[in-house]
Design a binder for this molecule. Structure first.
Ligand SMILES: Cc1ncc(COP(=O)(O)O)c(C=O)c1O
Length: 388
């Protein structure tokens, strides 16, 4: 079917909530997608940060097919071999201390559950979060999202959410008090324009949380699962080795099969009783097969190391390109900052069949490529930028 017909049907029968590129995707492989018109695009936006293992990684595809033929789904009313193996594998690659997993379906849901766990563990209600962080669109998560007009969209907001300044520990010290259940932080603020804080900031946050009995939550929906050149931001050098009480995951966790998770410390999880948390689809077999194969593919293809090497390569190659003032971020979560608004650069690259992302900072172009992206593919971006 041609693009115009596909577009007409979607536009007629779907709510018009998304701003879309004028392409229809038919298939994908690695860092590439093919459209209804037979055009091939380099996807440096990774299907919206989801395709960490690349599009349709053969190992993930075959695991999903095999699982589908055995059993698609049964809920947490029963035990499942694959669910147990995924939880064990996730805990084994997570920093020490995060010893229990809870499975759900999306990033926003992982954050809702993380905040609930924190409230249950502390008996408190207040949640502190950072200007510029994005945590999702359900009630509690959007109330913790002090970015653009998200809180306005989410009215009425859940009470007890308070904003502090990202990277400014003084601001946190005055607001996060003994009534605070959790501090939730997106460790690299992707949508805000790939903003970073120093490792010292995370170390002081951890100390503050320990002193005041506050749960620390890292929203690793984007930074997790290898993206920064570390399995997780938590516990890495980027965080000054800090391990939070809860890490939330989604996006690339299932290579495109919807799945989210909370990784929880032994201590925080000890407050959770039967029926405190739950969701029908959480931990379903098809999603679990996708997660296990995703983690295996990342390991087998050495993608965590590749993400770090790709950052290095991009930083080297981009030096000297006119108009570029800085590169922010880590691994395969990068923000290229331009002197001026970069919406033309984004459009120009798209016309050259290179997909990149924008951000809420009009000067920052975002890259969220698959963790298996190759140096030669980054060079195509560099050529594109040079020719603009
Ligand atoms: C850091 C972060 N947290 C949470 C979310 C919400 O995830 P989801 O769209 O799966 O609900 C997103 C989505 O963009 C995100 O980037």
């Amino acid at each position: 079917m041609n693009f115009d017909t596909i577009k007409l049907t979607e536009d007629e029968f779907q709510l018009t909530t998304y701003k879309k590129m004028s392409i229809a995707v038919e298939r994908g492989l690695g860092s590439w997608i093919w459209t209804s018109e037979g055009d091939k695009y380099l996807d440096l936006y990774g299907g919206h940060a989801v395709c960490g293992t690349g599009h349709s990684h053969p190992h993930v595809v075959s695991a999903i097919k095999d699982q589908a033929e055995k059993v698609l789904f049964y809920s947490n009313l029963v035990y499942s071999d694959i669910r147990g193996r995924v939880a064990e594998k996730l805990v084994s690659v997570a920093p020490e201390g995060l010893s229990k997993a809870f499975f759900c379906n999306s990033g926003t849901e992982a954050n809702e559950n993380a905040m609930r766990i924190a409230r249950m563990a502390t008996g408190r209600e207040k949640i502190v979060s950072f200007s510029g962080g994005f945590h999702g669109r359900t009630a509690d998560a959007i109330s913790a999202t002090f970015l653009g007009n998200y809180r306005q969209i989410g009215k009425p907001n859940v009470p007890g959410h308070v904003e502090v300044e990202f990277g400014n520990i003084e601001s946190v010290l005055t607001i996060a008090d003994s009534n605070t259940a959790a501090i939730i932080i997106e460790p690299i603020q992707s949508m805000a324009g790939v903003r970073e804080a120093s490792p010292d900031f995370f170390v002081t946050l951890r100390e503050l949380c320990d002193e005041r009995g506050i749960a620390l939550i890292f929203d690793e929906v984007q930074t997790g699962v290898g993206r920064t050149g570390n399995w997780f931001f938590a516990g890495s050098e980027l965080a000054g080795s800090v391990v939070p009480d809860i890490v939330t995951l989604a996006k690339s966790l299932g290579s495109g099969v919807p799945v989210g998770a909370c990784l929880v410390s032994e201590s925080a999880s000890s407050y959770i009783k039967q029926n405190d948390l739950g969701t029908t689809f959480g931990g379903g077999m098809l999603a679990m097969a996708a997660v296990l194969a995703t983690l295996e593919a990342i390991e087998d293809d050495d993608m965590v190391a590749n993400a770090g090497a790709i950052e290095e390569h991009l930083r080297e190659q981009i030096a000297g390109i006119p108009g570029v003032v800085a590169v922010h971020g880590k691994g395969c979560l990068l923000g290229i900052e331009f002197e001026q608004n970069c919406s033309d650069v984004h459009a120009n690259l798209l016309s050259k069949k290179v997909i990149t992302g924008t951000s809420s900072n009009p000067k920052v172009l975002r890259l969220l490529p698959p963790l298996c992206v190759k140096r030669e593919e980054i060079d195509i971006l560099i050529e594109g930028l040079t020719a603009i």
